[in-house]
Design a protein around this ligand. Structure first.
Ligand SMILES: [Zn+2]
Length: 148
């Protein structure tokens, strides 16, 4: 499995991205004021994180007079999907089901969410295999010991 990570937004940077995705265009002051209560960052911290995101290509900077306006260069949907997939890339293929089950059992879900998941599971039943093949490097999981 190939790891595709272009931007790779880190923990604290997600806080910034979520504000920019919501506001569409934001100054560092806008971002600071949204996160003020939640994060208790100094303005310099916010600016450092914004700078990193610009460098990573996740944020676009525009000059408006003497202000910098930031907007997102990557979509929220795509980034959330990437982040979710990268979690699953960190476990053995055989543990993916268990990992998803853990996430699922801890989530608060609406009736619509449950219906959506049920329909996906119904489809998955049609293509389920007896044993998920492990493609780990020997030494990174214990599957080979049990089956090799
Ligand atoms: Zn494995």
């Amino acid at each position: 499995m190939e790891v595709v990570e272009k931007t790779k937004i880190s923990g604290a940077e997600w806080e910034i991205m979520r504000v920019v995705w919501t506001l569409k265009n934001a100054t560092s002051k806008d971002i600071s004021s949204v996160l003020q209560n939640k994060m208790d960052w100094k303005p310099a911290t916010t600016k450092t994180l914004i700078g990193r995101l610009v460098k990573k290509g996740a944020l676009i900077t525009e000059n408006e007079g003497n202000r910098f306006i930031y907007s997102a260069a990557v979509s929220e949907e795509a980034e959330v999907k990437n982040a979710a997939q990268s979690i699953l890339q960190n476990v053995c293929n055989r543990k993916v089901g268990e990992t998803i089950a853990d996430l699922l059992s801890e989530a608060t879900l609406s009736h619509d969410d449950v219906a959506l998941l049920e329909s996906i599971l119904e489809e998955k039943k049609l293509t389920a295999v007896d044993e998920v093949p492990c493609d780990c490097v020997p030494g990174q999981c214990t599957c080979q010991h049990m089956h090799g």
